[in-house]
Design a protein around this ligand. Sequence first.
Ligand code: ADP
Ligand code: MG
Length: 606
Amino acid sequence: MADIIQLLPESIANQIAAGEVIQRPASVVKELLENAVDAGSTFIQLVIKDSGKTLIQVVDDGKGMSETDARMSFERHATSKIREANDLFSIKTMGFRGEALASIASIAHVEMKTKPENQEMGTHLVIHGSVLKKQNVCPLNKGTTISIKNLFYNVPARRKFLKSDPVELRHIVEEFKRVALANPETSFTMVHNEMEVFHLNHGGMRKRIVGVFGKNFNEMLVPVEENTDIIKIKGYIGKPEIAKKNKKDQYLFVNHRFVKSNYLNHAIKLAFGDLIQKEDYPFYVINLDIDPAKIDINIHPTKTEIKFEEERLIYQYLKVTTQHALGKYNVVPTLDFQTTDRFNNIPHRNTSTPSQSAQTFKSNVNSESSKKDAQEINEWSQLYNEMGQEASNLYDEQQMLRIPSSLDKPSPRRSRNVDILETKKPYQIHNTFIISPIKSGYITIHQQHAHERILYEQYLEALDSQDATIQKQLFPINLHLNHEQTETMMLIIPTIQKMGFEIEHFGDHNFIINGIPALMQQVDISSMINELIEQYQANIELELGIHENVARSIAKSSCIKRGKPLTSEEMNSLISDLFSCEIPFISPGGKKCFIEVELNELEKQF
Ligand code: ADP
Ligand code: MG
């Protein structure tokens, strides 16, 4: 048989490598910003067109490159950051694998202009799909400007799988935030489609956090700091009030590199204890300085996962330092962290491998939290839960209660079956569930899910009919949003106006609210708007379209929450509104609004 194995041409090898490093425009942004940081820049500008699909440009004032280096930088495994294997254990730069530029150049049109300080003239290069198209000498300022156009032009499969512009932009903003938060001493700006999204002057970490997240955050920050031989911890945690339902605003950096670590995130969450709800995630921006020899960042091409030699110890330090910070700023007045030595409880240097210690720890955490869970459920509610669970299992088995997906058409048969006995008073338990008898047995309604469904349908209707009723505010409310929130708000203003908001933009990041939809019950308007925007951003990934997304987000942010006591009238109107809905069975997010228990099934339980 003839020999069939060949070496891949360099350009194909680069494209394959690009598949790992460059998944979407945001990955290019990350690599270019990190290169600019590594070049010692003091000012870095990111310019984006069409969410990076048309242009991604990074302008820096860093050390620039000589003509030869400029050419070399596009070769695979070409790096100035390490020279020998040992250097892998003392990495202080963001890059070191020497594959980003080669990868990017293999799947895009790239233009680079660069000049080091000590040279008269700079270099201008144009590369299309790994092929050098143009090279000349030209007068330039010190630093590097690199422009990436038509990303994935020669990889149609990749281009096709890019998400909508808002989704890709959100990923880019996320990468930008990570680099900007990790490097507060560098000034950054970001411009998208000619509009400035961020303008961040250099300064300390607090200033940077406020620049990124908005002025309101200033009072919400609690400093966290600790220096030990092994680790230096420095950053800010957010007061419990700004904890969120998602992990988006948790920024952990190791030697100024953003890292993902569920394990260490858990340490911080645990430190908050009962200050936040179980399903909430605290806000934080924390940098850990650790000897590079004690970590391994080379385990993943995008370098966001990291191995620590002393993971368990770091976990403890982080937890105790966070607890101490919360205690010191009186966020936890009942806890006493001022013991003689607050690191008393930290285990001694441990010799087990990080993965071993992580495992033992995790199992402890599980058993601890399940014990706590068990305590929290009182007997009554346990009985209730079991009952409900069994009942709904039975229904599933008998195919009686089929929960339709949100796309299913409403089932008139089902709606008829739920025949509320209006003369009977509904009953609320745990300020969350409403129990109401029906002819065939009883239903238990989840007040939050149900109200979310009701509002969602009502807001969509208001949008369709274009005649929303407005409740005027006695005193207009001023709203100051951050850059990102402003972008979202500008996008959704026409839609929320149709739903009954009287809201105007008056310059920069300021808005004024004169009226809110009549549908809206007593709510804290500013926090509702913040939640609305946050929810809208979280839903972007679902590609619902603006109307649908806004209706869902408003419903979620303004509905009656679990834990709110309701009067009989309120419960009755909630029940009748729910069963006037087109799809009463599930919330817009897909959660059951009620469960039904039939008498004969109830009988069987006894
Ligand atoms: P890495 O960052 O892993 O070294 P890259 O492919 O990202 O690999 O970059 C290759 C080399 O090009 C870098 O090591 C650096 O020497 C040079 N380089 C890239 N971007 C810049 C920049 N903005 N300013 C100065 N040098 C740069
Ligand atoms: Mg790099």
